[in-house]
Write a protein that binds this ligand. Structure first.
Ligand SMILES: *Cc1c(COP(=O)(O)O)cnc(C)c1O
Length: 421
């Protein structure tokens, strides 16, 4: 990755020397790049435009990284938001994302959260992406009380099986997400659902870290077919998020480019929807990982070494409470030293948490490391800080941003464990 390279044997990220940053700030920390974030958003949006899609709306999935300063950057570029809680709704609005660019997903929206969204001025949010009929009934009842019309999008369960980790797959009957076609079609007239609600869109989201787009194509085709069958004047078709990134070098050749992805979406919509109707709904996307994963790294310090016969452990000051993906999904993240060195030997990089799964990488080839040496975990901008916790009563780590002028800014202070209550 050109955003990470050695200069005079010292690793730079987004043109800033990481060791310099670590000399000024306590490890571990997340370090983000405004330049990469903006570039990723802009290429996604431009890709959609260039493939001929009508007025595309990119709703960044806040759950992948809800840091307010990062959301502000995306808001200024025109991004919308895909949110899954009242907290994320508040965050998106505070960061400057207009309500009419917000889609509200999630199977467990509470009455309080629904009312919060309905009470927003004007037409409110772009849509409630509804996952069950009971949810729709509640939204309609709340809208009635508030004398509002709720904008509804059904999330379709397209019954497809993408090739991804089972814990991040969402588009099949065995998953709690979305509504089956027959449930969508059989309930388009009932007044308990629709007296104060209006169907404005249809969505799918089949999972995350997708590298093979066969299931995506099928899901978008299902979206089109069911969309036509509703005979509703849909304002948008929401193709969800999920486009993957190359965490492992083996994934690089499989990785679909933005261009390939957008062409597939555009041609599928064209063939199965636009060619069959005069309706011209816009396309909504809900990317998270693809926008922010590569815009962040996690910087940690070696505490000490430990040898158990054949096993060489390098114990670092970052742990699974800071970055969960390896322990939660067995996810691979590349680990590289901040000081360039050719010497390599095999070791396990482990954190301080009292869990065997607190391991960032097994059998990695790294130079000999000693206390105080710096390592980075790559591609940690998505599902990093946002999934973190205070497990083992550790304070949450610092978040830093390199802005477009190469200036370093604290965008979220570290939590001191002595302040935890
Ligand atoms: C998590 C999620 C996304 C974003 O997924 P990525 O893999 O980060 O692109 C989009 N839409 C919904 C409904 C989600 O739950």
């Amino acid at each position: 990755m050109k955003d990470l390279n050695y200069k005079n044997k010292s690793l730079n990220f987004s043109k800033l020397d990481i060791e310099d940053v670590a000399n000024k700030h306590k490890t571990p920390f997340f370090l983000y790049s405004e330049e990469i974030l903006s570039h990723n958003y802009t290429s996604f949006y431009n890709g959609a435009k260039d493939s001929g899609l009508i007025d595309p709306l990119i709703c960044f999935a806040l759950k992948s990284n809800p840091n307010k300063e990062l959301i502000k950057i995306l808001a200024k570029l025109g991004s919308g938001a895909d949110i899954v809680s009242g907290g994320e709704l508040k965050r998106a609005l505070e960061a400057g994302i207009p309500a009419n660019k917000i889609v509200f997903s999630g199977v467990g929206k509470t009455e309080e959260e629904i009312i919060f969204a309905l009470k927003l001025p004007g037409k409110g949010i772009n849509s409630f992406n509804v996952e069950s009929l009971e949810e729709l009934e509640l939204i309609n009842a709340c809208a009635k009380k508030l004398k509002k019309i709720a904008r509804i999008c059904f999330r379709l369960n397209p019954v497809v099986r993408p090739k991804t980790h089972k814990h991040i797959s969402t588009g099949n009957k065995t998953h709690k997400f979305g509504l089956l076609e027959k449930e969508v079609l059989m309930n388009l007239g009932k007044s308990a659902y629709w007296s104060h609600s209006q169907l404005v869109g249809l969505s799918v989201h089949i999972g995350s870290q997708l590298l093979d787009l066969k299931a995506t194509k099928k899901a978008v085709q299902r979206l089109c077919e069911v969309g036509l069958k509703t005979q509703a004047p849909l304002e948008f078709l929401d193709v969800g998020g999920g486009l993957g990134v190359d965490y492992h070098p083996d994934e690089t050749k499989k990785l679909p480019s933005i261009d390939t992805y957008m062409k597939l979406i555009a041609s599928t919509l064209d063939k199965h929807f636009y060619k069959k109707t005069d309706l011209r709904p816009r396309v909504v996307f809900e990317p998270g990982r693809r926008i922010v994963a590569k815009a962040g790294i996690f910087v940690m310090k070696v505490l000490r070494n430990k040898v158990s016969e054949d096993n060489h452990f390098v114990i670092v000051d970052g742990g699974m409470n800071d970055f969960m993906r390896p322990s939660l999904y067995d996810a691979f993240h590349d680990i590289i030293p901040v000081k360039e060195s050719k010497a390599k030997h095999e070791c396990h990089i482990v954190g301080p948490i009292c869990e065997t799964t607190d391991c960032f990488g097994s059998n990695r080839l790294l130079p000999a490391l000693k206390s105080g040496d710096l390592l980075i975990l790559k591609d940690t901008g998505a599902y990093g800080y946002s999934m973190g916790s205070n497990y083992n009563l550790r304070g949450r780590p610092l978040e830093l941003l390199i802005d477009t002028k190469k200036k370093l800014r604290v965008i979220n202070k570290a939590q001191d464990y002595l302040d935890l209550t």
